[in-house]
Ligand binder design. Structure first.
Ligand code: 5GP
Ligand code: ZN
Length: 111
């Protein structure tokens, strides 16, 4: 997907993707909402979480999220995992991504 910002970032060998394997990539959010805020995404271009029905790939996304959360030191304190699905949820980039937020007390309910 040439016009997808996340496809460009994760597939460019010189990009800022901080982790990448065959299936999954990780980006630090450009506008972090918590001391730790990264995105875990499939390398395959899928627009929304509702359309992602590959259970193995979904499992990989969560597995990488938890592993990097441990590596970044937020596992013990706790962290939030968020998929924004569509406009009412505030989805702005239409390449599926799991937000991982931690490092501070997060409020609930979300805005
Ligand atoms: P959404 O609103 O779709 O759930 O989340 C999109 C996220 O992508 C936002 O948190 C936004 O800050 C982040 N983002 C948008 N453009 C870029 C970019 O070019 N690079 C990175 N690393 N993050 C981005
Ligand atoms: Zn994409």
């Amino acid at each position: 997907m040439a016009d997808c910002i996340f496809c460009r970032l994760i597939n460019d060998p010189g990009s800022i993707a901080v982790y990448r394997d065959d299936d999954v990539a990780l980006l630090d959010d450009i506008n972090p909402q918590a001391p730790v805020h990264f995105l875990v995404l499939p390398r395959q271009h899928v627009e929304t979480i509702a359309e992602l029905d590959d259970h193995q790939l979904l499992g990989r996304i969560f597995q990488v999220a938890h592993r990097i959360a441990r590596e970044r030191g937020i596992a013990e304190g706790g962290y939030r995992l968020v998929f924004n699905q569509g406009p009412n949820a505030g989805q702005t980039v239409y390449h599926v991504h799991l937000h991982v937020l931690g490092g501070r007390q997060l409020t609930w309910p979300p805005g």
